[in-house]
Design a binder for this molecule. Structure first.
Ligand code: APR
Length: 256
């Protein structure tokens, strides 16, 4: 088992040669912001709520108020909290790395990557900050605090709903296709704070690896992908990415 600092040095060295970097993130990245993950121990949201009832399309069409209220409470928590050192370090990595591009592909709906300053973010599960028409007639709006209960789309009368992927729904094809292309072109593919439970997003790391990427997993616990990762770093996201940025900034200073 390599030491943490050895992993850090090796990953920093690999980044120096990388042209395309992808950071694939899950709920674990926002844990340090106080946003509960979905499957972690007693605090995991799906250990306390039934996703079919509060976060599925069937649940929404059956009882729109239940899904609307549950997501509204999650949004209020997201709005109260803020991006953490891990989000900020990933945004800083985009600035200080010598790569041509750093793309964030996130399963998270909290919008924290963009708030922390990341410029290239693909939200494959959508966002909790926007509403749209369920029939995709074109209506889109910011989810304002005043919108406390479901309402009909002002354009076509179909239900308005949060612009995120509910269980039982397909992902936005355009966003996922872009995520696939960036993953297949990645030289380094970071997997941060995800249990790789939900498809098709969870395919991306192995597609990247099969296309030649070096896969770096950052997670305090082992996951089904730990064995396939080139580096499986047992660390919290904030700690690892902050240390990685410091290492790179130090090297940039030494190399002038
Ligand atoms: N740093 C890094 N990883 C962490 C941290 C941390 N500080 N804290 C927890 N983790 C790890 C956990 O070990 C776990 O492997 O984050 C992972 C969180 O896993 P999940 O709760 O399953 O979240 P995620 O993988 O994002 O879920 C995927 O499932 O419910 C759907 O749509 C939802 O996007 C979500 C998808």
């Amino acid at each position: 088992m390599r030491s943490y600092s050895a992993d850090l040095e090796s990953v920093a060295a690999i980044l120096r040669e990388a042209r395309e970097i992808v950071v694939f993130s899950g709920a674990g990245l926002s844990a340090d912001s106080g946003i509960p993950t979905f499957r972690d121990g007693a605090t995991g949201l799906w250990n306390n709520f039934d996703p079919d009832e509060v976060a599925s399309i069937d649940g929404f069409l059956r009882q729109p108020r239940v899904v609307w209220n549950w997501l509204r409470q999650l949004k209020d928590l997201v709005d109260e909290r803020q991006p953490n050192a891990g989000h900020q370090a990933i945004a800083r990595l985009e600035e200080i790395s010598t790569a041509k591009r750093l793309t964030v592909i996130t399963q998270n709906i909290d919008g924290y990557h963009a708030r922390a300053g990341s410029a290239q973010v693909l939200e494959v599960h959508g966002t909790i900050h926007r509403l749209r028409c369920h029939q995709r007639c074109g209506f889109v709006a910011i989810w304002e605090p005043s919108a406390v209960e479901p309402f009909p789309c002002p354009n076509c009368g179909a239900p308005a709903r949060p612009d995120l992927v509910l269980f039982g729904e397909m992902l936005d094809e355009e966003v996922f296709a872009a995520a696939e292309v960036r993953s297949l072109n990645a030289d380094v593919f970071f997997c941060v704070g995800t249990s790789f439970t939900v498809q098709p997003a969870a395919h991306l790391p192995m597609w990247a690896k099969s296309a030649g990427a070096t896969m770096v997993e950052v997670n305090p616990h082992r996951t089904p992908l730990s064995a396939a990762a080139d580096y499986s770093v047992r660390s919290g996201a904030s700690q690892f990415f902050s240390a990685l940025c410091s290492t790179l900034q130090q090297e940039n200073k030494e190399n002038g």
